[in-house]
Ligand binder design. Structure first.
Ligand code: ADP
Ligand code: MG
Length: 568
């Protein structure tokens, strides 16, 4: 009568070697878990089920879930982060988790997690989501986005109960197909991120009837299927693996009321747009308006704007941090280097910043990539490269060598770098600048993530005049040092006066020598945290035709004093 297997075995959670859910009290209350014999009783008990009431505590699970919870968020860093909400009838923000009614289960789990007060993105996103509005939120990594959507979504599920989704799963179970109909779906670009969200979801679903699951590629699908079959109300998934699950008939999105796209920009970078559209638009997912959709992204380029238009209904746009600038976490340098001097300058740079910190070097052509890799290799640097002539497998292998630190320098063409999860790089070098400013923003966004300082150095010469003005704008918006020669060039470019001749090299620029000084000085950049004041640029950056929403602006999580990225 009911999907007895799915629910009686609800407890047998064995994934990732963590402890079972069967101590959560599911079995005690016989959660739909009867057999034909007592179906009448099951019906009744199901009617009485109140998803908003906490189940009995479980000491061991509680210990497991919450013992590691000390987040070390430095709230002083948050306090002057500007937040802007645009859209019709945006609800006011909250100052405390108690300002909005999220119910008993959520409140006690917030206490257990030791979150004392909401981060800026949480202050705004929670009431927006609670009032059932669609949301497009731009906020940097480390700003607390996960809880910003999990808390209100879960609280709503606890209040409303499972509704049709549960029934569908049970009906379906009659025929032994065990297809699961999650009430909420969270899409994330990578396995790591999916697991982080899943871990957070386990905390906030403690003592509830919601069972979170996670599926991602590159791992045994059989095991993931078995885990799903034990019940899945909130699913965290990478897009590729989810499509696979849907095609195998393991997941139905027919009753998905809450859809979250986390790190949407990275998902697009990694080439997941077809899978995302397949999931959201070409299957059984309720249409926009019938479901509630929340998108999170660090940047807001044109592709994300289009996705927001297609997926969201009358949404509220939330910008956390300064709009229209690239990260102040990222120190951007533009250096005048003639073509012939590029190689020797690169060596100076690599020596100054330390051979062991991950450095990504962008070049224009495949040939250039091969040549530069050979050159660096001959000079004794452990390096690798990715470009369009290499197979996806070779690229993945190169990426692995890079990320593991075996080859801490990687030479890449822009095209080849697309679709790979390259982040957390300490230094991005534009050996050849792109001609397109969006590509520039995209490249430098590979550094400076997760509260770390990053450095981006660009080699500029006569060949790059087409990007001059946009580059200057970006540097100014991100409050970077602007070389005076660049300013002059941009001015000349704009006024089409060509009578001033070429700028003097390095004047006001940033030569190799400066890097060495900084390497010695240690903390030359360490005081940038103070720069979070100042206005944000209104709607510039996102509504306009520039097509980019500055990257990882603002800094939250990071503790600058701890960053020793020059490598000693
Ligand atoms: P994002 O998704 O924006 O990168 P996360 O959601 O991963 O950020 O949060 C970053 C860290 O901050 C996590 O360790 C999380 O547990 C912690 N955190 C989130 N919200 C709060 C809060 N209100 N108080 C304290 N720590 C928090
Ligand atoms: Mg996140």
């Amino acid at each position: 009568v009911v999907n007895s297997d799915a629910y009686t075995s609800f407890g047998g959670r064995s994934d990732r070697g963590k402890s079972a859910f069967n101590d959560r009290g599911y079995c005690n209350i016989c959660f739909g878990g009867g057999t034909g014999g007592n179906s009448r009783w099951v019906e009744e008990s199901r009617d009485e089920e109140d998803w908003s009431k906490p189940l009995s505590p479980n000491e061991r699970l509680e210990q497991e879930l919450f013992s590691g919870s000390n987040t070390g968020i430095n709230f002083e860093k948050y306090d002057d982060i500007p937040v802007e909400a645009t859209g019709t009838n945006s609800p006011g923000h909250i100052e405390s988790f108690h300002d909005v009614d999220m119910g008993e289960i959520i409140m006690s789990n917030i206490t257990l997690t030791r979150y004392t007060r909401p981060t800026p993105v949480q202050k705004y996103a929670i009431p927006i989501i609670k009032t059932k509005r669609d949301l497009m939120a731009c906020a940097q990594t480390g700003s607390g986005k996960t809880a910003a959507f999990l808390l209100p979504v879960l609280s709503q599920i606890y209040t409303d109960g499972p509704g049709e989704a549960l029934q569908a799963t049970q009906e379906n179970g009659k025929y032994g197909r065990r297809k699961q109909y999650p009430i909420s779906l969270v899409l994330a670009p990578t396995r790591e991120l999916a697991l982080q969200i899943y871990d957070e979801a386990r905390k906030f679903s403690y003592r509830s009837r919601v069972r979170p699951c996670v599926v991602y590629g590159g791992a045994d699908i059989g095991q993931q299927i078995r885990d799903l079959e034990r019940g899945c109300h909130l699913l965290v998934a990478t897009p590729g693996r989810l499509v696979d699950m849907m095609e195998r008939g393991k997941i139905g999105l027919d009753y998905c009321k809450y859809l979250v796209l986390d790190e949407a920009d990275r998902m697009l970078d990694m080439g997941f747009e077809p899978q995302i559209r397949r999931i959201v638009e070409q299957d059984t997912m309720p249409p926009k308006g019938a479901r509630q959709t929340m998108m999170f992204s660090a940047t807001f380029p044109k592709e994300i704007q289009i996705l927001a238009r297609d997926f969201l209904e009358e949404y509220i746009f939330l910008a956390v941090g300064r709009v229209g600038s690239t990260s102040e976490n990222i120190t951007q340098k533009v250096v005048w280097v003639e073509e012939n001097d590029k190689r020797s300058f690169l060596l100076d740079l690599l020596n100054a910043t330390g051979k062991d910190s991950l450095t990504l070097v962008f070049v224009e052509t495949k040939k250039g990539a091969d040549a530069l890799e050979d050159f660096l290799y001959r000079e004794g640097y452990a390096c690798t490269s990715i470009h369009g002539d290499r197979s996806q497998r070779d690229r993945e292998e190169a990426l692995h060598q890079f990320r593991s630190g075996r080859c801490p320098i990687m030479v890449a063409t822009a095209v080849a770098a697309r679709g790979l999860d390259i982040s957390n790089v300490k230094h991005v070098i534009n050996f050849d600048l792109p001609s397109d400013i969006e590509e520039y923003v995209h490249r430098i966004g590979r550094t400076g993530r997760v509260g770390n300082l990053g450095l981006a150095t660009s080699f500029y010469n006569d060949k790059n005049s087409n990007i001059t003005k946009d580059l200057l704008d970006i540097l100014v918006e991100a409050k970077q040092e602007v070389p005076s020669w660049l300013e002059n060039l941009a001015y000349e470019h704009q006024h089409k006066s060509t009578n001033r001749g070429r700028p003097k090299r390095f004047s006001g620029g940033f030569g190799a020598r400066d890097y060495r000084q900084m390497a010695g000085g240690g903390n030359a950049f360490n005081n940038r945290g103070a720069r979070n004041t100042g206005g944000h640029g209104g709607n510039r950056g996102f509504g306009g035709n520039k097509g980019y929403y500055g990257g990882n602006y603002g800094n939250y999580g990071g503790n600058y004093a701890q960053v020793d990225w020059w490598g000693s």
